[in-house]
Design a protein around this ligand. Structure first.
Ligand code: SIN
Ligand code: FE
Length: 303
């Protein structure tokens, strides 16, 4: 894996260059922009640096849902309505700017992504006290417990808006290498199960039948969730895997397929992030996608 540095002069690629950026992301590279292509107004940054988050154990971050234009993750009882309104506006603008930039920069994906949540991450990452499966300082690949992707891939775009400190990541070798080396039999994909155990249990717990579409996870989603947990819970992987540290400076951006590249954040504070779910048909190198890699291992369709 590599960190590929992209200077401002290359922010508007030709169609061939765009395809090449997609291919590099799909192979597990991080695209790194020393100067962010989506700068925020200085006044908005100062405002974000002044925000405190209500209950970090309930919500890891402040989330913005672009499709319904909703903000969540703050304390509605104590928050100042004017501040909430401003935060909402900043998140909406940020999300729009990232979409506008990537619609051109990653042109082959544009028709094929589903815009997922954006987030504001105001907490210090070093020493955060979170339950093991929610810890982000342990290397993991991303999977969403409540938002199955059915084979679509998780692409994330970040901004470090801290005025003086880097955001410190460690990454490891991409999915294909890691899954073959570490996934034991018990977490291998189960092509037969249309609904995961967690999906069924959740459906039962809230008194609903199993046929609720939003709870339906494909065998692919089921595996990706278990693999996320398996990596965080596996001391042999955490201690022994190859580790590549990288420190993202203030004012920079980066993007990466976080379902492919095991990653951990060790320190840093104040980041913005926008997630995209990119559908399998948009891949310029489908053969190395986690879906295909797993289908090859399982000898079955998984999504
Ligand atoms: C993560 O996706 O694990 C966290 C990344 C970050 O907040 O820098
Ligand atoms: Fe993650």
């Amino acid at each position: 894996m590599a960190v590929v540095t992209i200077p401002g002069a290359r922010f508007t690629p030709t169609p061939d260059e765009s395809r090449a950026w997609c291919a590099q992301l799909e192979a597990g590279d991080i695209l790194f922009f020393p100067q962010t292509p989506v700068p925020l107004a200085p006044g908005d940054i100062s405002f974000l640096l002044g925000q405190q988050q209500a209950d970090s154990s309930l919500h890891k971050n402040i989330a913005y849902k672009p499709n319904i234009d909703r903000l969540s993750g703050f304390d509605t009882k104590t928050a100042d309505p004017a501040a909430v309104e401003r935060l909402h506006r900043i998140m909406r603008d940020y999300s729009n700017s990232v979409v506008r930039f990537l619609a051109h920069f990653l042109a082959p994906y544009q028709e094929h992504w589903k815009l997922d949540y954006a987030s504001f991450r105001p907490q210090e990452e070093q020493g955060r006290d979170l339950p093991l499966r929610r810890r982000n300082d342990l290397l993991h690949t991303d999977a969403f417990p409540t938002r199955p992707t059915h084979g679509a891939r998780i692409l994330r775009f970040f901004n470090n808006i801290h005025p003086g400190r880097t955001r410190d990541w460690v990454v490891s070798d991409p999915f294909a290498a890691t899954v073959r080396q570490f996934a034991p039999q018990e977490i291998a994909p189960h092509p037969g199960s249309a609904l995961s155990r967690i999906g069924k249990a959740t459906a039962r717990a809230i008194g609903l039948g199993a046929a609720i579409p939003s709870l339906k996870r494909s065998p692919y989603d089921d595996f990706m969730m278990r693999f996320h947990n398996f990596l965080k819970e596996n001391p042999r992987f955490q201690a022994g895997c190859p580790k590549y540290p990288f420190q993202f400076p203030p004012g920079s951006s980066w993007m990466v397929y976080t379902d492919t590249v095991p990653h951990a954040v060790l320190a840093g504070q104040y980041a913005l992030e926008q997630t995209f779910l990119v559908r399998p048909e948009a891949m310029v190198r489908p053969e190395i996608s986690p879906l295909r890699v797993l289908e090859e291992i399982a000898h079955a369709r998984l999504a």
